[in-house]
Design a protein around this ligand. Structure first.
Ligand code: HEC
Ligand code: HEC
Length: 265
């Protein structure tokens, strides 16, 4: 009798715990939405962006998106374009379905409006003459070296010297992975998460002008190696033509390639 009662009480307990739902039966909100139905900014950002741009848009390897100066500088069409189509020749992937990614236009829009709602801070540029997000024209690399010495060298190191406290940005492998726009964005908007100055903070009393920014960007881009990522310069000795099938060299177990040798395409 006692045992049966205990069993009954336990069963009632189970029913109470599951709130009138029989165990195993899904509730309406248990249904996992299809990936293209996810519209929550938090979910979309966490699943697609946080790995590179950082949780909360900061302290990631890539652009500090939660920087209000950045948010004030960049317009919606640019954000939608970068997210949907990626940045060519950089690590920024294309997320739009039209470009082979997984996100619908509606999801790209949800990310853009979520970023604005979270990370814009009204008119932070009001009355301030920030250089425009997009370079109106190309800069002069020759003048850019002067701007580098004046504005960047104290943290990143003078040309031909040891890297400064913030590390070198003249490294070919680094320059080979980033676009001119990334440099421009970083120089103008700064990276407050890394204590990186914005255009006002490099030289006291001398905010960088649009042409300073264009020039230093042009100079940095001119420091890119011709073949980024290749450890040895191309000395023109290869006879291989693009698309031409090459005879496979016989495997030679004694002569392993030195580490770092690029794989043959
Ligand atoms: C694999 C790493 C990676 C992922 C994932 C990634 N990004 Fe990026 N993103 C980058 C890099 C690197 C850059 C800078 C590219 C360059 O050199 O121009 C960038 C650039 C951007 C820019 C332009 C910055 C500028 O200069 O104006 C935006 C906006 C952006 N990403 C948004 C996003 C959003 C939103 C997501 C998620 C849907 C995302 N990114 C996912 C790596 C990533
Ligand atoms: C007050 C010091 C300081 C000055 C001045 C400075 N930087 Fe930086 N910079 C930093 C720090 C700190 C980092 C982050 C380094 C790291 O991630 O290890 C950085 C990183 C960068 C990056 C990489 C950003 C990223 O998102 O990975 C670029 C590009 C850059 N700086 C460009 C410049 C240029 C161009 C100038 C001159 C116009 C400049 N910096 C001047 C401190 C400075």
């Amino acid at each position: 009798m006692m045992r049966r009662l205990t069993a009954k009480v336990m069963l009632m307990g189970v029913v109470a715990l599951t709130g009138c739902h029989w165990p195993g039966r899904p509730r309406p909100d248990d249904v996992v939405p299809r990936p293209e139905e996810v519209m929550s900014f938090d979910k979309l950002y966490a699943q697609n962006c946080a790995g590179c741009h950082g949780v909360d848009g900061q302290n990631g390897a890539a652009t500090n998106l939660a920087n209000p100066v950045y948010q004030a500088l960049v317009d919606d069409p640019t954000l939608r374009d970068v997210i949907a189509n990626g940045e060519k020749d950089t690590l920024m992937p294309a997320f739009g379905q039209s470009a082979g990614g997984n996100l619908t236009d509606a999801q790209v829009n949800a990310i853009v409006s979520g970023m604005r709602a979270r990370w814009s801070k009204g008119d932070v540029l009001a009355g301030q003459n920030a250089p425009p997000y997009k370079a109106p024209q190309g800069g002069s690399a020759a003048d850019g070296q002067r701007v580098y010495a004046m504005a960047c060298a104290r943290c990143h190191g003078a040309v031909g010297q040891k890297p400064g406290p913030a590390g070198s940005i003249l490294d070919g492998a680094f320059l080979g992975l980033i676009s001119a726009q990334m440099i421009r964005t970083t120089v103008i908007a700064g990276r407050p998460d890394l204590k990186h100055p914005d255009w006002r903070g490099y030289v006291q009393g001398h905010p960088l002008t649009d042409s300073d920014v264009s020039d230093v960007t042009a100079w940095l881009m001119a420091q890119r190696p011709a073949n980024p990522g290749q450890p040895y310069p191309d000395n023109g000795t290869t006879t291989e033509k693009p698309g031409e099938a090459q005879p496979v060299a016989p495997a030679s177990p004694q002569r392993a390639s030195p580490p770092g040798t690029p794989a043959k395409q």
